[in-house]
Structure formats: C-alpha cells, structure tokens
Design a protein around this ligand. Sequence first.
Ligand code: NAD
Ligand code: DAU
Length: 354
Amino acid sequence: MLNTPTILVTGGAGFIGSHLVRRLVNRYPQHHLLNLDKLTYAGNLANLQDVESAPNYTFVRGDILDGDLLADLFVKYPITGVIHLAAESHVDRSIAQPMAFIETNIVGTVTLLNAARHAWGDDLADKRFYHISTDEVYGSLGDTGLFTEHTPYDPRSPYSASKASSDHLVRAYYHTYGLPVLLSNCSNNYGPYQFPEKLIPLMINNIRQGKPLPVYGDGLYTRDWLWVEDHAEAIDLIFHQGKFGETYNIGGNNEWTNIDLVRLLCDLVDEQLGRPVGQSQGLITFVKDRPGHDRRYAIDATKIRTELGWEPSIQAGEGFRKTVQWYLHNPEWLANVTSGAYQQYYEKQYAGGR
Ligand code: NAD
Ligand code: DAU
C-alpha cells in the first residue's frame, strides 16, 4: 500500500466515518484507505469488522492534534485526498466540557490543514481536502424556512461554534494558500453504529429496557433526519465531483418533532418485540431543556441535487424501521458501548432532570 494513492479519512471508527470507510474500501479497491482515529469513547473498531482485513485498508490509532504523526503519515503514504470527520460531536457534552471541542474541532482541524499544506506544497494537481461539517453552524430556524449554502453562520452551542470555526479556517486555507478544499454541511444522521448518547439510539436502547425516555423541554424541537448511508454516498460524490472552494448542504427532506419521532420509535420497538403497540409511549418523560437548544433545523439540498444529482434514497418510515431492527438485533454492540464511562456520563447528564 506504500505506493498506492491513498485517501486519509479521519474519525473513520465513528458513526458516519465507519459507514464512509466501508463504502470507500469496497468501491475503490484501486485506492488505499487510511483510517486515522484516536478511538475516543465514540470510536469503535467493532463498527468496521467487515472491512478490517481488506487489502486496501489500514487503521492507525492516533490524534489529529499530533502534528508529528500527521507529517509521518504524509511521508509514508502517497496521500492525495483527505476526508476529515474526526470531531467531538455531541452537543450536550460540549455544554458540559467545551475545551475538548475547541481542541479537537478547531486546533485539530488546523493541525490537519497544516500537515496537508506542508506535505503537498505547490504540487496540488490531484489533491483535495474535504471537511465534513454540520447544519448546526447556521443556528436555529423558526417555523418556516430552510438553510441554504448562503445562510449566515449563527452557531449557538460550543459544539456548533467549534464546527463553524473549523469551517472558516478551511475556507481561509483555500483563499490564503490555495489549498483545494471542499466542504459540506449535513443535517442529523441516523442508522446503525450511532453512539447511544444521540436521540435515536438512546431512545431505542431505553425503550427496549423499559427505562424512562428523556424528552427535552416541550419536545417540539425539529430535526431533519438523513439515513447515514445516504450521507456517505453524498460525501463520496462531493469528494470526487465537487468544485474546490465550494460548500454543499446535505439533508434528508425529512422533518420530525422530537416527540413525534420518539412516539414512532416506541411503536416500532413495541411492534418488533411483540409488545402491545403504544405501551412504551408511557415511558416518555419530559425533562429539563438543553441550554441554548436550537428550535429547528431543515436543509435546502437543491445545490447538491441539481449540480451532482444526489437525493436521499430511503423513505423515512423504512429507515427508522431498519434502524430499530439493527439495534434490537445487536444488543451486544449496545452493551459494549454503554458500559463503563458511558454509565457515568448518562447518570450525570440525566440526574434529577424530571
Ligand atoms: P462520532 O462522534 O460518532 O465519531 C467521531 C470520531 O472521531 C470517533 O471515531 C472518534 O474516536 C474520532 N475522534 C475524536 N477526536 C479525535 C481526535 N482528536 N483525533 C482523531 N480522531 C478523533 O461522530 P459522527 O456523528 O460520526 O460525526 C462525524 C463528523 O460528521 C463530525 O465532524 C460531525 O461534526 C459531522 N456531522 C455529524 C452529523 C450527525 O448527525 N452525526 C451530522 C452532520 C455532520
Ligand atoms: O444537525 C446535525 C447535528 O445533529 C450533528 O452535527 C451533531 O453531531 C449531532 O449530534 C446532531 O445534533 P443534535 O443536537 O440535533 O442531536 P441529538 O441526537 O443530540 O438531539 C436531537 C434532538 O433531540 C435535539 O433537539 C435534542 C433532543 N434530545 C436529545 C437527547 C440526547 C432529547 O430530547 N433528549 C435526549 O436525551
């Protein structure tokens, strides 16, 4: 693999990263896929068991803040492309512990930008640096309207502020140094292998165990949900066909209030476990709100649809059903990732919240 054109993916052992790595390893056998991941609580090599022995795949455990390691990787492998997903990604953790978000999401991104810039120098002909970002940088919508690529940034949590900062830095490296960059800002993903601190897997896990379902505030907050494999497909397209310096919004065209979604998940779990449908809705518990909670996100994905021909492939009902099925069929995966440190996080996050 030392002479094979290499795509460096950061954060490839996380939720979205693992779906992306699987897709790229299988679709591009002529490319070497190098997965750099620190394996924080959110990174899990079990997410990639099916590709770990593929001949075109290498895993390196390491931190994007480690500039020496990054320089060594650029020397060792002919890296022509970087797809940067490594991040601290959970809003509630950013409220409790913002510094990790500043370090990884901002300083880590600049460290990676510097490594690519120094390794590539002026030889930029076949190079690309793709930064994966979030719709949360645009702030909060009211009852109507959609985020476009021209919506002004208005981040409101330490997480979204750190992602917004990293987006600005990536664009600055394009304008200042001519680094060939691409960006995308995506809505909420769902599907297998998502860490159960996030709404959907947390609720499925609690429903199956008959535990309270902590809905923040009035439950009328709205998110635009996208099947994670559709995001991986969009990333693949943008990486190969996107225009340098440009940003693409990616969304599911699939808005749900949290309370409606939690009710649906209750019914899907009840149905799949053979319980009376409706029974688990009795577990719903309204708890204190997330500080600075963004009311609504929704994406206008016209640009990626018209310029690159991408659309979500899966209907919402089918996607949520498949997701519930996956978590119910993989209790050992849930048990592994929810043991230890997660228990402490959960108890602290939801303590006395009713
Ligand atoms: P995740 O938390 O599941 O995974 C993050 C991965 O990054 C983990 O494997 C972790 O070990 C790794 N990581 C963290 N810090 C690192 C460091 N310093 N060095 C190397 N690796 C490190 O996140 P996710 O939900 O898969 O999100 C991936 C990316 O997509 C993030 O940049 C996030 O901001 C963005 N995003 C996520 C969503 C979503 O709904 N989950 C939506 C839009 C954008
Ligand atoms: O929009 C993209 C973003 O989506 C990504 O950039 C983030 O990495 C990802 O975590 C996600 O952020 P959200 O804050 O929207 O996702 P989360 O799953 O944490 O929460 C979804 C909604 O559900 C939100 O309105 C808060 C609410 N919620 C969440 C949890 C964990 C609850 O009501 N109860 C909960 O216990």
